[in-house]
Ligand binder design. Structure first.
Ligand code: DAT
Ligand code: MG
Length: 167
């Protein structure tokens, strides 16, 4: 069954120049990339993305981590991969949440670490199921930024809507 999955290369991945390595690993899946962008992550987006963890003691540090405050790299690379069993394939390649427990050849096992203050720097995010993938993709991307129609969308005509175009 074809699925879409949200991948985030987190700020540690960008700071450590791991983007190419991670994309190479993900290309083993033979899935199709249908959207990508570099994002400066606002507080509300980080909090919404990880809202299922908001009562955890590590939540404030997790938000700082995703926003790049721990790495002085205030950006993440967001991608959507699409194809057969995309979620399972990408999560297998990513490895376990805890990078110390992740399969050593997985992305998190290869490149992740736990900091002395207990932050799981696990380099990438991968949606965990179809429902979460839809929720997350709609948070990080607008329909126009995705080259396939993943979910129903509607057209709006906004009057006096300011936006930047090339000069
Ligand atoms: P995953 O990213 O594998 O889907 P998750 O959704 O349960 O895992 O957690 C989201 C992120 O929160 C995870 O990538 C790292 C962080 N995290 C989870 N459990 C943690 C813990 N016990 N201590 C520190 N950070 C944790
Ligand atoms: Mg998760």
């Amino acid at each position: 069954m074809n699925q879409a999955v949200l991948i985030l290369i987190k700020p540690d991945g960008l700071k450590k120049s791991l983007t190419g390595n991670i994309l190479t690993r993900l290309s083993e899946t033979k899935l199709e990339i249908v959207a990508s962008r570099i994002v400066r992550v606002p507080q509300h987006l980080a909090e919404e993305h990880y809202k299922h963890l908001k009562d955890k003691p590590f939540f404030p540090e997790l938000i700082k981590y995703l926003r790049g405050e721990l790495h002085d790299r205030r950006k993440v690379m967001a991608l959507i991969y699409w194809g057969k069993d995309a979620i399972k394939k990408c999560r297998e390649l990513a490895g376990s949440t805890n990078p110390e427990e992740a399969e050593p050849t997985s992305i998190r096992g290869s490149y992740g670490r736990i900091t002395t203050s207990g932050v799981y720097e696990n380099v990438i995010h991968v949606s965990s199921n179809e429902e979460e993938a839809e929720r997350e993709i709609k948070l990080w991307f607008q329909p126009e930024e995705i080259i396939v129609d993943l979910y129903p969308a509607k057209e709006t005509a906004e009057k006096n809507c300011k936006r930047k175009v090339w000069a």
